[in-house]
Write a protein that binds this ligand. Structure first.
Ligand code: GLU
Length: 472
């Protein structure tokens, strides 16, 4: 990114070391947890539509196998490099541990700007990448399970599962080799919005804690809170959507070409459609343009959501940030220097490695669905509805009163797949928030929520290692 001396992996190590001091684990064990176990750096040729052959640079890093499979997305970005993928793979290990998802961390990256390639070229690149992973045993439902990340989505995951399945004929669990797939290819309902919804659940939980809100000088709850979102990709879009739907006011949305501001609130879908139509977020009707996108981060607001890339808030711009709460929807948007600035100013940073864990949490549900070969809710939906109908009719008969039609629909409803997925996600995010807050509040020396989150992650991973008997 902009700062050439910046190492994302070093910055993850720095945050890790800061937290390790608050744990009791052996130094060697901590070193093992920090290290990336396997790094696959590859180059392969792909013939482009114009006949040119391009050599593609790509990676897959498996940070930890303390639990199998490894798990983490694949990003398409021209900023991809080994250091970045290592950092992102490490964050996946800690993220999974915090939300109790039984995976080790992994991450992949292809150094391309997807906007510069045709759909056919992207398909060839994705399929070739997958076959390279198969060749080296770097993918599989019990080995390493990729997912979407920056610049990738359902379409790429469909190509991956199709390539994998065709190279592994007869593998009954092949659909579990990747998550974030379209429903027709074994995806789960609720995966697409999962990261954004998880961000919302996490920040909402923090906002519902009166003592925490008192410290940052805000009232409890999310209703009426002003929100700035950086990034209108899948994560930013859905985060903005859930905040708006729950009564917050999304005052600004930023993309790389600029940002738009409206104190009365923006509707993310309208902004998205405007950008699609015009090719730019700027000149959205009724909103003010901010041509230097970075300035949007410095707007007056209650909650700032960086939902794009790493290293966007650093020692340089952190002192100008006015938000009271920063919810890290992206991976690594703040540098350790920014953390120090915010801890000193009393700005609450809700850290990436748990706040954006909604994606991998629902990926876990998708993987379980693939291994069980049955859709969530299929077995119990009808049964629950029949039972609820019976209970309700008994209540009405015994009380001599009727519930309203609206209530009736709500009470009778048996769970669909999406209901169960959202509910499992809500539970995971609330539990994780409370666990981290308890750790933070139990030790006044812990400077910030990120350090508390790392302490939680380190304790869980270290316990798992020591219970394996590797480090008695
Ligand atoms: N790429 C997402 C992340 O960084 C999701 C990973 C997954 O679902 O495995 O957490």
């Amino acid at each position: 990114m902009s700062n050439t001396n910046y190492s994302f992996f070093k910055s993850v190590e720095k945050s890790f070391d800061k937290a390790a001091k608050f744990t009791k684990w052996d130094k060697g064990l901590l070193e093992q947890i920090k290290a990336c176990n396997s790094i696959y750096s590859m180059r392969f040729p792909v013939k482009m539509d114009d006949g040119r052959i391009e050599v593609i640079e790509a990676y897959r890093v498996q940070h930890s196998q303390h639990k199998s499979p490894c798990k983490g997305g694949i990003r398409f970005s021209d900023a991809v490099n080994q250091d970045e993928v290592m950092a992102l793979a490490s964050l996946m290990t800690y993220k999974c541990a915090i939300v109790n998802v039984p995976f080790g961390g992994g991450k992949g990256g292809i150094k391309i700007n997807p906007r510069n390639y045709s759909a056919y070229e992207l398909e060839k690149i994705t399929r070739r990448y997958t076959s390279e992973l198969v060749k080296k045993n770097f993918i599989g439902p019990g080995i390493d399970v990729p997912a979407p990340d920056y610049g990738t989505g359902e379409r790429e995951m469909a190509w991956i599962v199709d390539t994998y399945a065709s190279l592994k004929p007869g593998e009954i669990d092949a659909a579990g080799c990747v998550t974030g797939k379209p429903i027709s290819q074994g995806g789960v309902r609720g995966r697409k919005e999962a990261t954004g919804l998880g961000v919302f659940f996490g920040v909402r939980e923090v906002c519902n804690m009166p003592d925490v809100m008192k410290k940052v000088g805000l009232t409890t709850g999310v209703v009426g809170k002003t929100v700035v979102v950086q990034g209108l990709g899948n994560v930013g879009y859905h985060t903005a959507k859930f905040f708006r739907e729950h009564g917050s006011v999304v005052v600004a949305i930023a993309e790389y070409e600029g940002a738009v501001y409206n104190a009365k609130g923006l509707n993310e879908e309208e902004v998205f459609q405007h950008r699609k139509k015009t090719g730019s977020i700027l000149n959205f009707p009724g909103a003010t343009n901010i041509t230097n996108s970075k300035e949007a981060l410095e707007l007056e607001c209650d909650i700032l959501i960086p939902a794009a890339l790493e290293n966007v808030i650093n020692g340089e711009n952190a002192p100008r940030i006015k938000a009271k709460i920063i919810g890290e929807a992206a991976n690594g948007p703040l540098t350790p220097e920014a953390d120090d600035v915010f801890a000193a100013k009393g700005i609450l940073v809700v850290p990436d490695m748990y706040l954006n864990a909604g994606g991998v949490t629902v990926s876990y549900f998708e993987w379980l669905k693939n291994l069980s070969h049955v859709r969530y809710g299929r077995m119990e939906k009808r049964f629950t509805e029949n039972m609820n109908t019976h209970i309700l009719s008994q209540i009405e008969e015994l009380s001599g009163k009727k519930v309203s039609e609206k209530e009736k629909l709500f009470i009778l409803h048996g769970p669909e797949e999406v209901d169960l997925v959202h509910s499992g996600l809500e539970e995971s995010m609330i539990t994780a928030t409370r666990e981290i807050m308890d750790i933070w509040h139990s030790n006044p020396e812990i400077p910030d929520m990120r350090t508390a989150a790392y302490v939680n992650a380190i304790n869980k991973v270290a316990t798992s290692y020591s219970e394996l008997g590797i480090f008695p």
